[in-house]
Design a protein around this ligand. Structure first.
Ligand code: UDP
Ligand code: MG
Length: 337
C-alpha cells in the first residue's frame, strides 16, 4: 500500500495568538510522519480562516510562502466552527486519501495523529478521537457537556461520547459526507450515520495554551439546540405525551368540578380557573415554540443556500501549480530521453 496523502484541516476564528505555535507543532508532526513513510510527502496542513477579524489570515498567507506543508482557505465571513470545518474537509476531499480535523488551539493531543494513521492503514474509514479526561475544562463546560450528551442519548441521537471534532475520515467517508446536504451542520451527529468501519483512539484533553474559547454560552446553546433539533423528532413526541397527560388530568379535574357543582359547593372556583389558564397557556406556548423550531429548520433547508463561500483558495491553486510542475518535469524527462 502506498502512503496515503493526509490533509489536516484546522478551522480558525480569531486565533492569531495560537497560530505560530500550532503551525509549528503540526508541521513537526507532519514532517515526522512523512519521514517515517506513514504518509505521502504531498500531505498538507489546511487552515480554514472562518472570517477572522484579526491577523489570522495574514499569518496563514505569510507562512504558506515559506512552509511547503501549509496552505489555507479563507471564508468570506464567519460561518461558525461546524461549517468552517465542513468547508475545509470537503475542499480537502479531492486531493487527499484521508483527512484529520483538529481545533486550532491544540487542546487535542497531536501525538495521537500517528495512531489515527495506523488505524487508517488497518482499514478503518473513521477514527474518532475520544477524550479520556477533561480536567482542564471548566466545571461548567464539563457538566454542561455531560448533560448535553445524556439529553441527546435520550432523544435518540447516536453520537460518540466525549468525542469532539478531532477525527480521521477516509476519502470514502468524505464522499459520503458530501451527500449530506443539510444547512444545520452538526458533524458529530452526521458522522456516525455514515456507517463504514470505525474505531477510536483515546487521549487526554489539554487546556487552551493561548487565547480564549470561541464558544461563548450563546454559541454553545445554539450548538446544543442544533444538535438536538437537527437529528431528532423525539422532543415533539414528548410534547404529545405531555399533552396527553394534561388531557387525562383535565378529565379527572372535570369530574371533580362537576361533583363539587352538584354537591352544591358554589364556590366561584377562581383559583382553579386561573391555574388552568396559566398552565395550558404555558404548555401551548411551549409546544408552538418547539414546532416552530422545526418549521424554522425546514425553512432554512428548503432555501438550499450555499453553506459557505470561499473567498480565496490558496490550496487548489497550489496543488494545480504543483501538478503542473510535476507534469512539465515529466515532459522534460521524456524529451531528454
Ligand atoms: N471556530 C471557528 N469558527 C467559530 C468559532 C470557533 O472556526 O465561529 C474554531 C476555533 O478557532 C477553534 C475551534 O473552532 O479552532 C474550536 O473552538 P474553541 O477552541 O474556541 O472551542 P472550545 O474548545 O472552547 O469548545
Ligand atoms: Mg478549544
Amino acid at each position: 500500500m502506498t502512503e496515503p496523502i493526509l490533509t489536516i484541516v484546522v478551522p480558525c476564528y480569531n486565533e492569531e495568538k495560537v497560530m505560530k505555535e500550532t503551525i509549528g507543532q503540526l508541521s513537526v508532526v507532519l514532517a515526522k510522519l512523512i519521514r517515517e513513510e506513514l504518509i505521502h510527502a504531498r500531505s498538507k496542513l489546511l487552515f480554514v480562516d472562518d472570517g477572522s477579524k484579526d491577523a489570522t489570515w495574514n499569518l496563514i498567507g505569510e507562512v504558506s510562502k515559506i512552509n511547503p506543508f501549509l496552505t489555507g482557505i479563507k471564508l468570506a465571513r464567519n460561518v461558525g466552527h461546524q461549517r468552517a470545518l465542513l468547508a475545509g474537509i470537503l475542499s480537502a476531499r479531492e486531493y487527499s486519501d484521508c483527512v484529520i480535523s483538529i481545533d486550532a488551539d491544540l487542546q487535542d493531543d497531536i501525538a495521537v495523529i500517528r495512531d489515527f494513521i495506523l488505524k487508517y492503514q488497518e482499514g478503518y474509514d473513521i477514527v474518532y478521537g475520544v477524550r479520556s479526561k477533561r480536567d482542564t475544562d471548566t466545571f461548567f463546560k464539563r457538566t454542561s457537556a455531560v448533560w448535553f450528551y445524556r439529553f441527546l442519548h435520550k432523544a435518540g441521537v447516536n453520537i460518540v461520547h466525549n468525542h469532539a471534532d478531532y477525527r480521521l475520515l477516509s476519502k470514502r467517508a468524505l464522499d459520503e459526507l458530501s451527500l449530506y446536504e443539510e444547512r444545520n451542520v452538526f458533524l458529530r451527529g452526521i458522522i456516525p450515520l455514515l456507517g463504514f468501519r470505525s474505531t477510536f483512539v483515546t487521549y487526554e484533553r489539554k487546556a487552551r495554551f493561548a487565547g480564549e474559547s470561541k464558544y461563548p454560552l450563546k454559541k454553545m446553546l445554539s450548538f446544543a439546540f442544533d444538535g438536538i433539533t437537527s437529528f431528532s423528532i423525539t422532543p415533539i413526541r414528548w410534547i404529545t405525551i405531555i399533552g396527553m397527560c394534561v388531557f387525562l388530568l383535565s378529565l379527572v379535574c372535570g369530574v371533580y368540578a362537576l361533583g363539587q357543582r352538584f354537591l352544591g359547593f358554589t364556590t366561584p372556583g377562581w383559583t382553579s380557573i386561573v391555574i388552568s389558564i396559566w398552565l395550558l397557556g404555558g404548555i401551548q406556548l411551549m409546544s408552538i415554540g418547539l414546532i416552530g423550531e422545526y418549521i424554522g429548520k425546514m425553512y432554512v433547508e428548503v432555501k438550499q443556500r450555499p453553506r459557505y463561500t470561499i473567498e480565496t483558495d490558496l490550496y487548489s491553486r497550489q496543488i494545480q501549480t504543483q501538478e503542473w510542475s510535476v507534469s512539465s518535469s515529466q515532459e522534460e524527462q521524456e524529451k531528454t530521453s
